[in-house]
Design a protein around this ligand. Sequence first.
Ligand SMILES: C[S@@+](CC[C@H](N)C(=O)[O-])C[C@H]1O[C@@H](n2cnc3c(N)ncnc32)[C@H](O)[C@@H]1O
Length: 226
Amino acid sequence: MSSVSRPVNSDQSGPHPDLAVRVERHRRSGFLRPTHGASAAAFAQARTWLAARSGVPVVLDTGCGTGTSSHTLAHQHPETAVIGIDKSAVRLARGATDDAPDNLLLLQANLLDFYPLARAAGWQASAQYLLYPNPWPKAAQLNKRWHGSPIFPDLIALGGTLELRSNWRVYVDEMRLALSSFDVVATVERFEPVTPLTRFEAKYAASGHALWRLQADLCHAAATFG
Ligand SMILES: C[S@@+](CC[C@H](N)C(=O)[O-])C[C@H]1O[C@@H](n2cnc3c(N)ncnc32)[C@H](O)[C@@H]1O
């Protein structure tokens, strides 16, 4: 990965005007699409892995890339079961090591499948991390951002704390607004990482980008809307 990155370039300077309507539509309708077989197999693997750790708090690191953050979280919180999920086999392979901690599972799966499967199975996470999701910066790409996507209600239903990090302020502001549709109050702050948690965080910090962090507690919304 190159060490210099350009800031996000978008035709949006603020939250998308259709965001509230889009979130409400997804909240009411749910997401109906056939589950991809590979993701279903990955989910089954995660269930088996978790069954052997019954009662342990579950931490989801979604879109984990190489899994750098998943490793760190697993080391920092040995009392939890950390599941890092990414659709890219190439990225996951790039971060593979022989010394993965016992409380870490890295999975290749499409989150568009994984979130609904986890919700249907009644999972409750203790924490969810969305670290530097693809920004999909064109206004027409709103539905590809997690808060504009049909699986957003599934993400909410999984509960726990949510931490989103991005180098695009609009993304975190939109997430904050989308969460407010579920009566979730989120905080947004600019921060400077002392030790970058992910490869993208390291790259953006080295490139001088402003980094933004959103934090929220989804527990009440998960109980109400889940
Ligand atoms: C910009 S990278 C960030 C990776 C990592 N979190 C980091 O900060 O280094 C976004 C990641 O999200 C993954 N991703 C995007 N859409 C996904 C989906 N539908 N299911 C699973 N992973 C997805 C991509 O493969 C990519 O690795």
